[in-house]
Design a protein around this ligand. Structure first.
Ligand SMILES: Nc1ncnc2c1ncn2[C@@H]1O[C@H](COP(=O)(O)OP(=O)(O)OP(=O)(O)O)[C@@H](O)[C@H]1O
Ligand SMILES: [Mg+2]
Length: 243
């Protein structure tokens, strides 16, 4: 493929005490794409995000963000370059308000506190959290906490957003809302997004391109309509259901 990728991963490896969490994974992603990262539980999806975002160091391989080698950079350095991620286990600052949680993200890029607050309020509106701005984050519902997680990541003004299961546990109408928000961000701001998601309906309608991991290895990639018919993909999911 001959294009300048926003993200390029070359032969990435990470093992934990003999468990090959990510094994020889390579891929490249165009700017403006939405990529779905799927695979059964324990396939290595979150580890893959941890490697890309700098919170885990690879045993082997390289990660290039906008063709800059970020393999050995720290998470905050990668964030400053324009990559933001959410965590599978949501982790807001529980004692702070929803607004203050988002302001903290905004301050990563905007040093003026008034402008950071204005940016944070705009993002809260976008994620339908404006009414919860002054509420302590601890008392938000699960769907609200999931949206707060996305809001905090967006506040850092990323060009690439990594979302780890932000739709898990949501009702179908809440999933639809999240899909709509992500589609708007992608279309209006040109934001590139990688979504790890078990909610297949959402990942299939959002993604231009899907990557499938199983036991740490990339077993398939391509357009959603191709992936859903791929025998290797069907087998790894059916195998999981049968287990
Ligand atoms: N910090 C760690 N220490 C030891 N083993 C780990 C660590 N992180 C991940 N693993 C192991 O690596 C493998 C991949 O885990 P990972 O969390 O990346 O999978 P996943 O695809 O995100 O799964 P899920 O869909 O359940 O979130 C698993 O076997 C897991 O137990
Ligand atoms: Mg995971």
């Amino acid at each position: 493929m001959s294009f300048n990728p926003i993200l390029r991963v070359e032969n990435l490896h990470k093992s934990f005490k003999g468990v090959k969490a990510v094994h020889n994974v390579s891929f490249r992603m165009r700017e403006g794409e939405i990529v779905g990262l799927i695979g059964p539980n324990g396939a290595g999806k979150t580890t893959f995000f941890n490697l890309i975002a700098g919170s885990v160091t690879p045993d082997k391989g390289h990660i290039f963000f906008n063709e800059q080698d970020v393999t050995s950079l720290k998470p905050h350095e990668i964030c400053l370059l324009g990559m933001a991620r959410t965590f599978q286990i949501v982790r807001p600052f529980k004692d702070l308000t929803t607004l203050d949680n988002v302001i903290i993200g905004a301050l990563a890029k905007e040093k003026n506190p008034l402008r950071a607050k204005k940016n944070a309020m705009e993002i809260l509106s976008l994620l339908d959290l404006k009414d919860k701005a002054q509420q302590q984050a601890e008392f938000l519902t699960l769907p609200e906490r999931k949206r707060l997680e996305v809001a905090r990541a967006l506040a850092t003004k990323p060009s690439l957003l990594l979302l780890d299961e932000v739709m898990a546990g949501l009702r179908p109408s809440e999933v639809d809302m999240m899909v709509g928000v992500l589609q708007n961000l992608n279309k209006q701001l040109g934001l590139s997004i990688v979504v790890i998601e078990h909610v297949m309906r959402a990942v299939m309608c959002l993604s231009n391109h899907i990557i499938v991991l199983n036991h740490g290895e990339k077993i398939a990639e391509g357009k959603p309509e191709i992936i859903t018919k791929d025998p290797r993909v069907l087998e790894c999911y059916l195998g999981e259901a049968a287990a």
